[in-house]
Design a protein around this ligand. Structure first.
Ligand SMILES: Nc1ncnc2c1ncn2[C@@H]1O[C@H](COP(=O)(O)OP(=O)(O)OP(=O)(O)O)[C@@H](O)[C@H]1O
Length: 304
């Protein structure tokens, strides 16, 4: 994991300048950055190819290509409105819920296209869970918050309940304990599992939401600024948790906080205004020796 932020002089790279036709038929000079093709050691969890997203006539993401490695933390950074959340939502098709949104291109999860008509969205979102900026527990007990997902989705056909609860499908307690332990919350709530979750602190509520996400046995956890509503102590707990989770899960996290991205992520994708992925690579490299002048300017606070 990256530990410090410092920038050095940008190394010289050969950009390929190519032409592409705009919708108005004009030739539009574009830089095709070589460095978005980042090589990593882990297997590929997501392969994203030529992804465009539009809201009505407005284009929010343009020609995004990147692969996300499994069992690691990938940070998405960039100024407000550059499309980070839009990109995150593409990974479990949450943009399908936004009427104006149109997604073009390809996103493959473990080699399988997720934008096919026959894809089961409930199953996809079980595999690719999501945690939001504001903790959003249900107004139910801590226990019911965690067991809600498996009970709702745990149909016999998929075998999910049996897999999660063991042979005894009534053994909800074991599942609740496991998920709360994984979310580093168990010791703070084990004596009040039947209390209303809304009585927890903001940081505890966010870890409960992570436990709720883990309870349905996902492979990927998407997090949209999961600590931005929390104080520094609660933030530190979430950051530690994210690093621990990456041992078994693929974590993709949007953050405005560059120090946070540097602390917790293995690789970082930098989006800039216009919905462009400008640079993607090893987090240390991005923060210490970015290839692109625009990324260096962003990281050193010259804009954004
Ligand atoms: N539901 C929506 N309807 C219409 N336009 C949208 C919608 N969601 C996002 N947009 C637009 O798409 C662009 C990208 O927004 P997005 O929220 O993905 O950016 P972001 O980088 O996550 O921003 P922030 O850091 O401020 O959360 C912006 O111009 C935004 O106004």
């Amino acid at each position: 994991m990256a530990t410090n932020i410092q920038t050095t002089t940008k190394s010289t790279v050969e950009n390929q300048t190519t032409s592409r036709q705009t919708s108005a038929g004009e030739s539009d000079e574009r830089i095709e950055p070589e460095w978005t093709n980042y090589d990593f050691d882990n297997g590929t969890k997501f392969a994203v190819d030529d992804l465009d997203v539009f809201y009505g006539d407005e284009q929010a993401l343009e020609g995004i290509n990147l692969d996300i490695p499994e069992e690691s933390v990938t940070a998405l950074i960039g100024p407000s409105g550059c499309g980070k959340s839009t990109f995150l939502r593409c990974l479990n098709r949450m943009n399908d819920r936004i009427k104006a949104a149109r997604v073009e291109g390809s996103v493959a999860l473990d080699g399988q296209e997720i934008y096919g008509d026959s894809v089961d969205l409930v199953e996809l979102r079980k595999r690719v869970g999501m945690v939001f900026q504001q903790p959003n527990p249900f107004p139910k007990s801590i226990r019911k918050n965690v067991s809600y997902g498996p009970r709702k989705h745990g149909d016999v056909e998929t075998g999910l309940l049996a897999r999660l609860f063991g042979d005894d499908a009534g053994d909800e307690d074991a599942l609740v304990e496991r998920a709360l332990r994984q979310a580093a919350l168990w010791e703070e709530v084990d004596d009040r599992l039947d209390d209303n979750a809304l009585g927890l602190s903001g940081g505890q509520q966010q870890r409960l939401c992570i436990a709720r996400c883990l309870a349905v046995d996902p492979e990927v956890i998407l997090m949209d600024e999961p600590a931005s509503a929390l104080d520094p102590i609660a933030t530190a707990k979430i950051e530690d948790l994210i690093e621990d989770l990456a041992e078994n899960y693929t974590v993709v996290v949007v953050t405005h906080n560059m120090q946070q991205a540097a602390r917790i992520s293995d690789q970082t994708a930098v989006f800039l205004t216009g919905g462009e992925l400008v640079e993607y690579g090893d987090t240390n490299e991005i923060f210490e020796n970015p290839e692109s002048q625009r990324v260096e300017d962003y990281i050193t606070g010259k804009f954004g």
